[in-house]
Write a protein that binds this ligand. Structure first.
Ligand SMILES: Cc1ncc(COP(=O)(O)O)c(C=O)c1O
Length: 450
């Protein structure tokens, strides 16, 4: 009989899961999902789970969305995939045109890959290679922010700063310049996000003043450092960063892989600072959570530095087999189509207000140091001591207790250490927001009772 236990047993015999200590599954049941509908997932025993984390932040308009389903089904009967070197197809062209149209100005060209980390590798390589093509061979370094996360491949890991993922591989990684960040969790009592983020820019300014001659680019996650415990900052930092990158002749790479497509309240987070990066990395929500695809957008200025006779060897010879996959491009077009046919951002403002209201009570919890929000992301920071903000030792795995409780109640929360967060699909409704918050509240009560 096909039930949870049966699939889980077969799975554990042959499968090695991402971001998992597999031994945990001696105690922690693996959850085999049979189907999905809207914000709900259903397992093989018929139990339902509210997907409060949008399946690793990818899903925007619900599982099995009928609009996206139809478009992907239509495409599959025409063309599933074709090599993108020397060949092209309509979906890849339609999507590139659309991305150039909807992203900030001066982003004129679109380079595809098939996951977020690869998009980061591409932006890093393109920036380095741009300077090299211009004869600026001393530019070989990247500047990154403390607590940043850009993926798990070696280049992406090197420009990240989350010790849990990075430290083990230290000997394999290139050296980067890591600058103290604008993360507003550390602001003084009574200090605004804006004042703190602005104040923290001084370190970046100084770093660029000292290192610009050897720096290709600064890479940032605009407004929210998602994998870095959902830490947030004010758009003024991005405004200043854009000005400084221009002043010192350094590229700005905006990694909107997690925050793009409406997550922060605007279609792209950079819009809140009214800036345009030199490279914009997109993935995750790009296909509405359907298929692996990523895109790096850049300017004609960058593109032109690679455009020359072949024998001059200035071309960007990077490729991935599934680059520009036709089904993925169609899913992305359908996703963008939903933004254009409905007032998604307007509805998200209502939902964000409902999430703010539902999260209000956590402020008073004796083991919550902060409740923070940017658009459709709410994070709740659990601590051992509310006054001193002493964190719970990571070995206690309090977040895991919240996860386990929430699963028992039919809600998929996946805390980052001691930080519980809500990042649901945009088709969640007010009742489901209440449910998600109630379960998180009870889970935190349980996890902090001793
Ligand atoms: C900001 C950011 N950049 C890059 C990545 C890596 O994307 P992927 O997991 O598709 O490689 C992630 C994934 O969580 C991310 O949050």
């Amino acid at each position: 009989m096909t039930n949870n236990q049966h699939i889980a047993r077969r799975d554990l015999a042959v499968l090695w899961h991402p971001c998992t200590q597999m031994k945990d599954h001696e105690q922690l049941p693996l959850i085999p999902i049979k189907s999905g509908q809207g914000v709900w997932l259903e397992d093989f025993d018929g139990k339902r789970y509210l997907d409060a984390v949008s399946s690793w932040w990818v899903n925007l308009f619900g599982h099995c969305n009928p609009v996206i389903n139809k478009v992907v089904k239509d495409q599959i009967d025409t063309l599933e995939h074709v090599i993108l070197g020397g060949f092209t197809h309509e979906a890849a062209v339609d999507l590139a045109e659309k991305l150039v149209e909807i992203t900030p100005k001066n982003l004129d060209k679109c380079f595809y890959a098939d996951n977020g980390s690869s998009a980061i590798e591409i932006a890093l390589k393109m920036s380095f290679h741009y300077w090299r093509n211009l004869g600026r061979t001393q530019k070989t370094k990247f500047v990154t922010l403390e607590n940043s996360y850009h993926g798990e491949t070696l280049g992406a890991l090197a420009v990240g700063d989350v010790a849990l993922y990075k430290d083990t591989y230290g000997p394999l990684l290139m050296d980067v310049v890591t600058v103290p960040g604008p993360d507003c969790y550390y602001r003084e009592a009574g200090e605004s996000w804006e004042a703190y983020s602005l104040r923290r820019f001084a370190d970046m300014e100084q770093t660029l003043a000292e290192h610009a001659h050897e720096v290709c680019a600064v890479i940032v996650e605009p407004l929210v450092q998602c994998a870095g415990s959902m830490r947030m900052y004010h758009p003024v930092y991005l405004k200043r960063l854009r000005e400084a990158c221009d002043k010192y002749g350094v590229h700005l790479i905006a990694d909107e892989i997690a925050v793009g497509f409406g997550r922060t309240g605007t279609l792209f987070a950079c819009e809140q600072a009214a800036i345009s990066p030199d490279f914009l990395c997109l993935s995750k929500g790009l296909t509405g959570g359907y298929l692996p695809l990523s895109a790096v957008l850049t300017s004609n200025k960058v593109y032109d530095a690679f455009y020359d006779d072949y024998r001059n060897l200035t071309a960007f010879l990077h490729s991935h087999s599934y680059t520009g996959n036709a089904l993925a491009c169609r899913a992305a077009l359908a996703t963008i189509g939903i933004f254009q046919s409905r007032d998604v951002l307007g509805r998200n403002r209502e939902l964000a207000a409902a999430m703010a209201k539902a999260a209000e009570r956590f402020e008073e919890h004796p083991h919550v140091a902060e409740v923070r929000q940017t658009g459709m992301i709410v994070a709740i920071e659990m601590v051992e001591n509310k006054q001193s903000r002493e964190p719970y030792p990571w070995q206690q795995r309090r977040g895991l207790k919240v996860y386990q409780y929430a699963i028992s109640q039919g809600v998929l929360l996946r805390p980052l250490g001691n930080v519980i967060y809500f990042m649901p699909p945009y088709v969640i409704n007010e009742q489901e927001i209440e449910l998600m918050a109630d379960v998180a509240w009870q889970g935190i009560q349980l996890a902090t009772q001793d």
